[in-house]
Design a protein around this ligand. Structure first.
Ligand code: SF4
Length: 403
């Protein structure tokens, strides 16, 4: 297995990608509608929100996919990244009641839970031989403050020094700040000192306060989401960012969302990965949602690649979109697939059907089957290992049974 490394801000991007993108895009023929946008992308100029709308409305999905695929190929060639992680949701007790959420429970509900530090460690112990990251997000527990998480992270770091802790979305940081009477900065610095490696991007939903007020009233506002991630970045804590689409937002709302994120990425280069995922309707409560089709999911992944020029990685979140669509998304600009997962509740209670308990072989096979080279990465995209698995073998001829 070949190994190499990169800095946090380069995050594995090929240094000559700007020359590459020019060569790759200029070698292709584009329709008259797409040609001017393709030229801008080839020259590394930023795609505007209005041009993003043209990409959303353009009938030929495959042309948008081809453009995004080349933008990805310029940065990573055939490489596609994945990590070996486990999700542990520390509690489902939450003081909020977001309309789309199928996970939260009140303290009184019989199926509510809160993991003690020992039970958390027990769960992690089961997966520790196979993973190098624990991804922990959960409800906003009314009684937990910074001390629970400080003790948890310190204990995880001491017991499992090789496992990175990617934990706590922006709204959880906000909630901890309130419960602990501390600033966002203070919370992040203390958690970093206790062992936090990076923060996930969840909770961005759609960065439009009118829509947020309907679908997730009480969560952090748009400016708070950006402020919390910026506070992480200035303290050298990298983060991911997300977008939940297919609820009540317009196409323009999605593009404005991407624009806000790329502007923050311009300032600190510490957003590592953008994770666009569609709203899953089962068991949750948002009947007015305009659900995203497969065309829209692939298109949104492709447009993310083209809009988010300052965010290196675009993720196909297989847990949410399923393994089959994740495989196709790798041809539509996504360069990263998350992940082995192990166990997870939030997406699966909301209707996700994707397999849990994937291992490195399954991940590498998914990527190889799609025609790419699997690269196992760490949480902060600094250390990489190329993984080889055999390409799928097909029998040459099926036996036909004559009746
Ligand atoms: S999405 Fe998060 S904050 Fe909202 S109700 Fe669910 S657990 Fe609570």
């Amino acid at each position: 297995m070949a190994e190499w490394s990169s800095s946090v801000t380069e995050a594995g991007v090929q240094p000559n990608w700007r020359e590459q993108i020019q060569v790759l895009i200029s070698a292709e023929k584009w329709s008259p509608t797409i040609q001017p946008i393709a030229e801008k992308i080839a020259n590394c100029e930023r795609v505007t929100i209005d041009e993003g709308l043209i990409l959303y409305k353009h009938k030929d999905l495959t042309e948008i996919g081809k453009l995004a695929g080349l933008a990805k190929a310029a940065r990573y060639g055939k490489n596609v990244f994945f990590n070996s992680n486990v999700h542990i949701n520390q509690t489902n007790i939450c003081v909020l009641s977001c309309k789309f959420c199928a996970f939260r429970r009140s303290k009184k509900q019989t199926d509510s839970y809160e993991l003690s530090i020992d039970s958390y460690l027990e769960k992690l112990d089961e997966y520790s031989p196979f993973v190098d990251e624990v991804h922990s997000v959960g409800g906003l527990h009314p009684d937990w403050d910074i001390e629970y998480y400080e003790t948890l992270f310190q204990t995880v770091r001491d017991k499992f020094p090789n496992i990175s802790i990617k934990a706590l979305t922006a709204v959880e940081i906000k909630h901890l700040a309130k419960n602990s009477n501390l600033s966002f900065q203070d919370i992040l610095i203390r958690l970093k000192n206790a062992g936090l490696t990076s923060i996930p991007g969840g909770g961005a939903e759609i960065l439009n306060d009118e829509i947020r007020d309907i679908i997730c009233r009480g969560k952090e506002t748009t400016s708070e989401y950006l402020e919390i991630h910026e506070a992480a970045h200035v303290n050298n804590i990298p983060s991911n960012c997300t977008m939940l689409f297919g609820t009540l937002e317009s196409l323009r709302d999605r593009l404005v969302h991407m624009d806000l994120l790329r502007r923050l990425a311009d300032k600190h280069s510490m957003f590592q990965c953008f994770v666009p995922y569609p709203f899953l309707p089962d068991h949750s409560r948002l009947p007015e949602a305009q659900l995203a089709t497969a065309n829209e999911i692939l298109r949104t992944i492709a447009i993310s690649r083209l809009m988010l020029d300052s965010i290196p990685h675009i993720k196909a979140y297989r847990m949410n979109i399923g393994d089959e669509l994740a495989e196709i998304a790798l041809h539509y600009g996504a360069d990263d697939v998350d992940g082995t997962v192990g166990q997870e509740s939030i997406m699966h209670l909301a209707g996700a059907k994707s397999s849990l308990n994937y291992n490195v072989y399954n991940m590498a096979k998914l990527i190889t089957d799609a025609g790419f080279v699997p690269i196992k990465r760490d949480t902060t995209y600094q250390n990489f290992t190329t993984v080889s698995v055999e390409a799928p073998k097909r029998i040459k001829k099926l036996n036909v049974i004559q009746s």
